[in-house]
Design a protein around this ligand. Structure first.
Ligand code: NAI
Length: 705
């Protein structure tokens, strides 16, 4: 087997441990690499010629990307996990006791175990390379840093800053890392060699070295007495964000509490114990599964082939409502020229208000300066007609959800834009193939379904119609990624994937309300299940008009099982309620507060209280049944992507791993038995689909165990 670490020692006694994992674009701290490292460290500790040791990487844009996650995924008993993490700790601790100074040269991703290695060194230099990313993101995988990282970081930058970074799994650039004291210097990449040499000289000079060390964090009285207060507020924040459903952040808080006044070796021991407990939880396995899925999605280009995409520089968005405004904002943010077209000047004015406020939120978080925002806003032009669209490389249509209006618009657009320009629709429910029916060049037409609000929702469903070219698909996939979104290819059916699965869920909640169940109780139970909001709150947020119209499209396409609940009809068509945007829906909304809308509540006179489990089952299994149909019909490539799409598009709780993972953890047989029972009690919409029946019969699963 080829080695990962190459040791060289020059005539000045400068040792370099160069990490270069064979046949891999990244360096990982796998068990094998750690063993190799240990051998080097043992040899180096006895080598009297070494004056200083540098830890470097030969990979482009990577220092050490982390521990080998597949090894964490495989852990299934606490003792093995503890032994493994202890071994990692003891190897990294060897770095900290080497008889000469050690320096990590961080020019690229330095995450998790990689940063823990860097923390074991005496000094760290980072670069301003945009690929230099530093942090301990283990919490996102349901564990905590286990190679001494929690304790070494705390000693390096202080209690509150380290807690914040570790709890948030924050990843930051070199300059910020220097500001926080995580690295001793941050230098431009071009100067790295030169700066590295002068840094080595400084470290080897007593005076200069103490100057570097004097800039480090010093324990202060405030930090000594503050931890309890910091922990109290941090816990409050964690509970608010996670409702206690994620064990890792709570374990991190406990560890920080227990190790407040404990020696490093004892504290590290506690860290290992805590890591071992977390690493074998189902929640950690679920989160690791999602990590793999997001990595797989990054590699997708939307087609099976390597394809040249259409260059996109000039764009247009037609329809400046809530969605159009969001898309214009996104395009301008990534530096594209964008022309906003709406038939109505008022709508354009509102769109600019929205775009401005989305940018102001970023300025407030100091991610962009006012000047940068001015430049980006300068990329936006507008008009009420189609002039100026001739040169557009891409036009996104985001007008009202009306088939005829959309088709008429495409005819107008095709008469103006170049025949190669891509036309994308943001329709939330109408088949792309049907919309392309009268187009002259249907191969350039593609679905690009953003979610509301565009500036916060990461998912974009990409839909190819029957005649859409792979080039058009690959182009919008690439564009969505450029915008920081996660594009997922879904089939061209009514509602595509997310709305097709979500609408039956909202419908089911409304049906239970019709049967006499309490709106707030349903919302609360679903919130407790882990969804970001209950179904009635969600319906109000989305807009009852939007939800109702999508519901009708789905009923038309799928028939009885998607029949729009009567009460939805009454509330939208008779009561004319629109939800939060008009202040009234299932709830009365006033600013951030909401209270139940008595007028709606009083529409149902009978009362019926289901048991909690029944409510959750009806809600989750109606979705699950439809999601399984989507899988069966090939609307989505696999169960992993399906889970990710629902997590990103509906907020399905990641700690459950996704809807299909939830089904598997619960047992497919149990799902099918429960669906049969629900079908008997409430109607045929619950009859399990063929895929589920077959899987239960053959003892199959969605995912490998
Ligand atoms: P909206 O009703 O807020 O805005 C539509 C805008 O299009 C209006 O400003 C209207 O003046 C303009 N418009 C209508 N016909 C036009 C034409 N022929 N030429 C130029 N402008 C025209 O609609 P919204 O909510 O922004 O939705 C737009 C599209 O996005 C729809 O297809 C909808 O299904 C889809 N969508 C909506 C989501 C939502 O939550 N609202 C989520 C995802 C997709």
């Amino acid at each position: 087997m080829k080695n990962t670490i190459n040791l060289s020692i020059d005539e000045n006694g400068v040792a370099e441990l160069l990490f270069d994992m064979p046949d891999s674009p990244v360096n990982l701290l796998s068990s094998n690499v750690l063993n190799e490292l240990e051998q080097h460290l043992i040899g180096m500790s006895e080598n009297k010629t070494i004056k200083i040791a540098l830890f470097t990487s030969a990979k482009d844009g990577i220092f050490i990307a982390g521990a080998d996650i597949s090894e964490i995924a495989d852990l299934d008993d606490e003792k093995t996990s503890y032994d493994k993490v202890k071994r990692g700790q003891s190897i990294l601790s060897r770095i900290s006791v080497l008889p000469f100074p050690t320096v990590a040269i961080i020019n690229g991703a330095c995450l998790g175990g990689g940063f823990e290695l860097a923390l074991s060194c005496d000094f760290r230099i980072a670069t301003e390379n945009s690929k230099t990313k530093i942090g301990l993101p283990e919490v996102n995988l349901g564990v905590l840093p286990g190679f001494g990282g929690t304790q070494r970081l705390k000693r390096l930058i202080g209690f509150s800053k380290s807690l914040e970074l570790i709890l948030g799994g924050k990843i930051i650039n070199g300059n910020k890392a220097q500001k926080l004291g995580m690295v001793d210097a941050c230098v431009p990449v071009g100067y790295l060699d030169f700066k590295q040499d002068s840094f080595i000289k400084s470290i080897l000079d007593d005076n200069e070295r103490s100057k570097i060390l004097s800039k480090r964090y010093k324990d202060n009285l405030l930090e000594k007495y503050l931890p309890n207060i910091i922990l109290y507020f941090a816990k409050k924040e964690v509970m608010k964000k996670t409702k206690g459903q994620y064990p890792a952040p709570l374990a991190i808080l406990d560890l920080f509490e227990q190790t407040k006044d404990v020696r490093l070796d004892e504290a590290i021991e506690m860290e290992a114990t805590s890591f071992a407990k977390l690493s074998i939880t189902q929640i950690s396995k679920n989160l690791i599964g999602l990590f793999y899925t997001s990595e797989a999605l990054k590699k997708e280009n939307g087609t099976d082939k390597k394809i040249k995409t259409h260059p996109i520089k000039l764009t247009a968005v037609v329809g400046g409502g809530i969605m159009g405004a969001g898309i214009v904002w996104l395009f301008s943010k990534i530096g594209l020229s964008v022309r906003l077209v709406d038939q109505n000047y008022g709508a354009i004015g509102n769109a600019f208000k929205f775009i401005n406020s989305a940018y102001q939120a970023i300025v407030k978080r100091r991610r962009l300066t006012k000047r940068e925002v001015e430049i980006k806003m300068g990329h936006i032009s507008y008009s009420c007609d189609y002039v100026g669209l001739k040169h557009a490389d891409l036009c996104v249509e985001a007008i009202i959800e009306n088939r005829e209006a959309k088709k008429k618009l495409y005819a107008n657009l095709e008469a103006i834009v170049d025949k190669k320009a891509i036309i994308a629709t943001n329709t939330s429910s109408i088949s792309v193939t049907s919309l392309a029916g009268d187009m002259k060049y249907p191969e350039r037409f593609v679905g690009m379904h953003f979610f509301n609000p565009v500036n916060r929702m990461p998912l974009v469903e990409i839909i190819a119609g029957e005649k859409t070219s792979p080039e058009a698909v690959a182009t919008v996939v690439e564009l969505a990624k450029r915008g920081g979104k996660i594009p997922i290819i879904v089939g061209d059916c009514a509602g595509f994937l997310v709305n097709r699965v979500l609408l039956p869920y909202i419908n089911e909640a409304i049906k239970m309300f019709e049967e006499g169940e309490d709106i707030e109780r349903i919302d609360k139970l679903i919130l407790d299940f882990g969804m970001p909001m209950g179904p009635f709150t969600l319906a109000d947020e989305v807009g009852l008009d939007v939800g109702y119209k999508v519901g009708c499209v789905l009923e038309e396409a799928y028939g009885k099982r998607m029949k729009v609940a009567n009460m939805f009809d009454i509330i939208y068509n008779q009561k004319k309620l629109l939800g939060k945007k008009a202040g009234k829906g299932f709830y009365i909304h006033s600013g951030k507060n909401k209270s139940i809308n008595k007028d709606v509540k009083d529409l149902v006179t009978m009362q019926h209280s289901y048991n909690s489990e029944e409510i959750v089952d009806r809600m989750m299994l109606v979705m699950l049944n439809e999601a399984s149909r989507c899988l069966e019909e090939g609307v989505i490539k696999n169960a992993d992507y399906l889970d990710m799409a629902l997590i990103l598009g509906t907020g399905f709780p990641p700690f459950r791993g996704g809807l299909m993972r939830y089904a598997q953890n619960r047992g497919i047989n149990n799902v099918v038995v429960t669906l049969h029972r629900l079908a008997d009690a409430y109607g045929s919409r619950f009859e399990p689909c063929e895929l589920l029946i077959r899987m239960a019969k053959n003892n199959e699963n969605f995912f490998e165990e």
